[in-house]
Design a protein around this ligand. Structure first.
Ligand code: NAD
Ligand code: TYD
Length: 349
């Protein structure tokens, strides 16, 4: 039986990964460590709460003493580190917590591992989940590979880049058994509705304006969260220590294409409200808005035989269906802190 610590397991990708592990690795014991920020939600994990293979610890990674205590008490085999402040727009208006969680939080985890994991422990692994945004912005051509130089442009990506460098350094200097993954933009169930895809789905459902930044031509490389989680599990169990792996599915779309796709699918679900694209509203561009991200996933494909299972059309449909069927999940979120954030970000309710 492996003991697995999952930081940020109550967030979007983390909770999808917990679901995958609980279903596919019933012999593992999973401990989720999460601060439960606005983005963390225990509802995402509700079905596991009474399972003897599942433990939840509410803790802040920025609390060094608490993190050390957890590692002193429990000997984990794997640590999968998802916890982060993850939204670029929030990092532009309030960067400090990004440095605290993403840089210092990762540092305290690494320090605890250095202190409590025996040196050269072959079986143990720390998997650091990072982003393609650390590589900066591409023009019309080219792809990010594992050797692309880092050039982060937002406080969010700078804080993630910083954490990647610390992880690398703790392997190089102290021989910690680390692996880093850098993935492209995820989408799927449990995605917090501040990010493009869930925001557009929920605004369609509520017939609210669909705020497109700038001219809508910025490009992202969209990865279904379930494909991402399978890739992480593969890297965790079979990846090479000290390496990094880029994860993406060669699925580039500009923002307008994404929004139009969602609108067309909504037209089919709710023909009386069509056309949903009448709700598209161009708003002020994001400061320093990266133009294009695109991942070259050849390394994980060749080395670990990873292949995505889902195509974009069926996965975006699954995602839309999930939001339509789970109003009880999102209706609670769309109050309180979210309303304040939304008003501040978009100038409207
Ligand atoms: P998320 O914002 O949905 O969830 C983050 C989770 O971390 C939440 O549960 C939150 O409560 C927790 N958390 C935040 N600060 C914490 C702290 N100080 N201590 C403990 N827990 C804390 O994020 P996500 O989209 O699931 O992203 C997970 C990871 O994947 C992040 O590291 C992110 O940088 C990376 N990533 C995400 C994407 C994406 O498209 N969502 C793309 C590339 C990389
Ligand atoms: P987002 O989901 O915030 O992810 P990231 O900035 O990390 O890539 O944004 C994805 C793209 O969508 C990005 O180019 C910004 C754009 N966007 C909008 O046009 N309108 C919005 O309301 C949001 C949240 C994002």
């Amino acid at each position: 039986m492996k003991k697995v610590l999952i930081t940020g397991g109550a967030g979007f990708i983390g909770s999808n990964f917990v679901n995958l592990l609980m279903e596919d690795r019933p012999e593992y014991h999973i401990t989720v460590l999460d601060k439960l920020t606005y983005a963390g939600n225990l509802k995402n994990l509700a079905k596991w709460k009474d399972n003897p293979h599942f433990t939840f610890i509410k803790a802040d990674l920025f609390d060094k003493i608490k993190i050390e205590e957890i590692f002193q008490k429990e000997s984990f085999d794997f640590v999968v580190h998802f916890a982060a402040e993850s939204h670029v727009d929030r990092s532009i208006t309030g960067p400090e917590v990004f440095l605290q969680t993403n840089i210092f939080g990762t540092f305290y985890l690494l320090e605890s591992i250095k202190k409590y994991w025996s040196p050269n422990s072959n079986e143990k692994r720390f998997l650091h989940v990072s982003t393609d945004e650390v590589y900066g912005s591409l023009g019309d051509s080219g792809f990010f590979t594992e050797t692309t130089p880092y050039a982060p442009n937002s406080p969010y990506s700078a804080s993630k880049a910083s954490s990647d460098h610390l992880v690398r350094a703790y392997h190089h200097t102290y021989n910690l058994p680390v692996i880093t993954t850098n993935c492209s933009n995820n989408y799927g169930p449990y995605h917090f509705p501040e990010k493009l895809i869930p925001l557009m789905i929920l605004n369609c459902l509520r017939e609210k304006p669909l705020p497109v930044y700038g001219d809508g031509k910025n490009i992202r490389d969209w990865l279904f969260v379930k494909d991402h989680c399978h890739a992480i599990l593969l890297v965790l169990e079979n990846g090479r220590i000290g390496e990094s792996y880029n994860i993406g599915t060669r699925n580039e779309k500009n923002n307008l294409e994404i929004v139009e796709t969602i609108c067309k699918k909504m037209d089919k679900h709710f023909p009386d409200k069509k056309p949903h694209n009448r709700l598209i509203t161009y708003v002020k561009d994001r400061p320093g808005h990266d133009f294009r991200y695109a991942i070259d996933p050849s390394k994980i494909e060749k080395e670990l035989g990873w292949k995505p299972k889902y195509d974009f059309d069926s996965a975006i449909q699954q995602t839309i269906d999930w939001y339509i069927q789970n109003e009880n999940w999102w209706s609670e979120i769309l109050s309180g802190e979210y309303l304040k954030y939304y008003q501040n970000q978009y100038g409207i309710n």
